[in-house]
Write a protein of this length. Structure first.
Length: 339
């Protein structure tokens, strides 16, 4: 029954592997007509009345918008670097401050065009700024632990991690996802009020009921901090996320520098790669993907490996599935996802 509901919910939107990625790339330039198809709906999610979320016509539309936002951020940043990349590290940072450069401008513009002012990105940025204001950066309080998503992804989620896609409602948490196949706001409200019995409904698909001690898991992340020189730090992040229609493994590195106000994101020469050894639902070897290296003078960069498909149930194995390669000034090393 759950598979039948998933078919109805995802009808016409699931295309496996490379062909799916090609379709997304071909549609990455969103025009005004595409924007107009994204709706902002208001509802009661059980936590507060009058809240809002975005509504996409299909998974294809959601993933295309996500890709488009990521692409616009890359173009925006590359344009700035093309003008000022000849400057020294310190002068480049000073120029960003002088001009008020914000790498999230394409995301902010997207929110303004809809308009939409209830995004998870806005919550995350406020928490991150508060965290950066401390003299010491406590890795245990790192906001990405509770918000293990990309900035573009958080732009498409409301502050409670919710979005409507086709007939379904998706809710993302730091521990996994809730996929309500009949789009019931009553089910969403019950879950938000602590009713875990909804996880057993035939209209709900989720990975939130997995055992945290399993050697293979569908939703895990890890952060490692390195104060590689006095006053400078990088945080390395690796994760495996399973969605109802895709499986993603990621490696990300973010650079910080201490200043008079605490800490700030700070552009240096960075490199990142991701090697994935996906596992089946039985923890057997499945697909292997190598992302290749991305090297850039930037504050934060990431590489991802994604597989699209139906009910593959792909997972990560503790200490054997997600390997992030990282480069930063004077250092080259790797981290493996463990829990």
């Amino acid at each position: 029954m759950r598979k039948l509901l998933l078919i109805i919910c995802l009808a016409g939107t699931i295309i496996a592997g490379c062909s799916k990625e090609k379709n997304i790339e071909q549609s990455s330039n969103m025009d005004q007509s595409a924007l107009e198809k994204i709706k902002v709906i208001t509802y009661n999610n059980g936590l507060k009345t009058g809240t809002s979320m975005l509504e996409f016509t299909s998974i294809q539309a959601f993933d295309t918008t996500l890709y488009m936002l990521e692409q616009q951020m890359r173009i925006y940043d590359s344009s700035f670097y093309a003008q000022y990349g000849n400057l020294s590290e310190e002068a480049y940072d000073a120029k960003q401050t002088e001009l008020g450069y914000n790498e999230q401008t394409p995301l902010i513009d997207f929110e303004s065009l809809l308009p939409y002012s209830n995004t998870m990105r806005q919550v995350y940025v406020a928490l991150e700024n508060d965290w950066l204001s401390n003299t010491e950066l406590d890795i245990s309080a790192y906001p990405k632990i509770d918000y293990p998503f990309s900035l573009a992804e958080m732009t498409l989620l409301n502050s409670d991690g919710e979005v409507k896609i086709g007939n379904c409602i998706l809710k993302l948490t730091k521990k996994g996802y809730l996929w309500i196949t009949d789009g019931s706001f009553t089910t969403l409200s019950s879950f938000n009020n602590g009713d875990m019995s909804v996880l057993n409904l035939s209209t709900v698909i989720t990975n939130l009921n997995e055992s945290s001690g399993d050697d293979c898991a569908s939703w895990k992340s890890k952060e490692v901090s390195d104060d590689y020189v006095a006053g400078k730090r990088v945080i390395k992040h690796v994760h495996h996320h399973s969605y109802p229609w895709k499986w993603t493994e990621s490696a990300e590195i973010t650079s910080y520098k201490h200043n008079s106000n605490g800490w700030k994101k700070y552009a240096v020469d960075l490199g990142v790669s991701c090697q994935s050894y996906f596992r089946t639902s039985d923890c057997l070897s499945s697909s292997q993907i190598w992302s290749g290296w991305k090297r850039k003078h930037d504050k934060s960069i990431e590489k991802n490996n994604t597989i699209w498909g139906n009910w593959l149930g792909l997972r990560a194995e503790n200490g054997a599935s997600v390997y992030g390669g990282f480069e930063y000034p004077g250092h080259s090393n790797s981290e493996v996802l463990t829990w």
